[in-house]
Write a protein that binds this ligand. Structure first.
Ligand SMILES: CC(C)(COP(=O)(O)OP(=O)(O)OC[C@H]1O[C@@H](n2cnc3c(N)ncnc32)[C@H](O)[C@@H]1OP(=O)(O)O)[C@@H](O)C(=O)NCCC(=O)NCCS
Length: 177
């Protein structure tokens, strides 16, 4: 893979805010990133936010490096970093002309700083690049932050699958490209 293929975007902090913080970068992941990504998923899902979430789901959301590597066969992943530190991940699964965003997670200590927005923007860009006509995402109804994020980013809520994943309601969001 060429370096230029990996680079998706730089997301500088607002010009109005004087900050010495390094810019947020979003790039395609490589196999070298896998252990760090799995550690990020553990940090996200071992937090109190997971209280009450079915264990079957939590297990799938904290893949081992081997499990994650096999997911990479069918999914293109992007990682967001600031100053080299991994802050978030999203996967793009393109099939039948649409792009499903999967495995989106942001470090609990880096929330509300635009990390997920930058990752979803990279996913949308990737979907366009892959000639998809639509991007969609699903989120457990018990996670209002995910719903707020997708609506903030111009996705329409297009349905609910009741008791769909281990008895959990799942909300669906779509954005037509
Ligand atoms: C949902 C999640 C990915 C959001 O990540 P994030 O980096 O904090 O999101 P952003 O900073 O890009 O948020 C952009 C906008 O989305 C909305 N939003 C995000 N988190 C929100 C929250 N907790 N409550 C209300 N609105 C929220 C806001 O409009 C926000 O803009 P603002 O901060 O200027 O008000 C993150 O909370 C997370 O990893 N949660 C656990 C995993 C998860 O739910 N994954 C999604 C499964 S699909």
């Amino acid at each position: 893979m060429h370096g230029s293929d990996r680079e998706v975007g730089e997301h500088a902090p607002s010009a109005a805010v004087k900050s010495t913080e390094p810019a947020l970068s979003v790039e395609r992941i490589t196999h070298q990133d896998v252990p760090e990504i799995c550690a990020l998923y553990r940090r996200v899902w071992e937090s109190p936010a997971s209280d009450g979430v079915p264990v079957e789901l939590l297990k799938g959301w904290q893949p081992s490096p081997l499990e994650f590597t096999s997911r990479m066969e069918g999914v293109t992943y992007f990682a967001a970093r600031r100053g080299g530190r991994l802050l978030g991940v999203v996967g793009c699964e393109v099939a039948r002309g649409s792009c499903h965003l999967v495995d989106l997670a942001v470090d609990p200590e880096a929330r509300r700083q635009g990390v997920a927005s930058a990752l979803v923007a990279a996913g949308v860009e990737w979907a366009r690049h892959a000639n998809a006509a639509q991007v969609w995402a699903d989120a457990l109804a018990r996670f209002p932050a995910a719903g707020a994020l997708f609506k903030h980013l111009g996705f329409a809520e297009c349905g609910v699958l009741h008791k769909h994943e281990w008895h959990e309601d799942v909300r669906l969001f779509e954005r037509i490209l």
